[in-house]
Design a protein. Structure first.
Length: 170
């Protein structure tokens, strides 16, 4: 595969593992009516790469290693994604490898593994997309009250009023 780091291409054989994290905001959670509100704001793609073959080309290996271990907040990577590629801004937190010496004294690095953690969403939700997917926007109420809760019943939003704590007699 071609691994691209900050515009520099490296032709390496490696195994690739990816993980998508659909991120929700801190306002997600169980509502008073028992339903779950998931305020999704985007998807991160994190990757783990493993050089499954040793790189006998010492200069190529040194260039990759130096790029990956540069103390920066992130790199621009081009990585495999489905049947194409994706460009992500990601940080590298650890790089691990091992050095092997043959009987003839030749040394090379192998078993190189590193993780790439996305610095930004690759997919981000917009209100227009939510509406397009079938959930109507919260209705404009003729006289909305502070504290009104809107409940989605699968077809429309309805206002559900919960008692104000100040009005409850103990």
């Amino acid at each position: 595969m071609i691994l691209t780091i900050d515009g520099v291409e490296f032709d390496v054989k490696c195994e690739v593992r990816r993980e998508a994290t659909v991120h929700a905001t801190e306002i997600s959670g169980e509502l008073m009516d028992g339903t779950y509100f998931n305020d999704v704001d985007g998807t991160y793609y994190d990757y783990e790469l493993y050089f499954s073959y040793p790189l006998y080309d010492r200069d190529k290996y040194a260039a990759i290693y130096e790029a990956l271990t540069e103390p920066v907040d992130g790199h621009a990577f081009v990585l495999p994604y489905n049947n194409s590629t994706i460009e992500i801004a990601a940080r590298v937190e650890t790089v691990s490898d091992e050095q092997i010496e043959t009987d003839s004294g030749f040394k090379f690095w192998r078993a190189t593994r590193f993780g790439l953690y996305a610095n930004a969403f690759s997919k981000q939700v917009s209100l227009a997309e939510v509406i397009t997917r079938g959930r109507a926007p919260i209705p404009d109420a003729a006289s909305p009250s502070i504290g009104d809760t809107y409940v989605w019943d699968g077809t429309e939003w309805t206002v559900t009023e919960f008692p104000d704590a100040d009005d409850i007699a103990y």
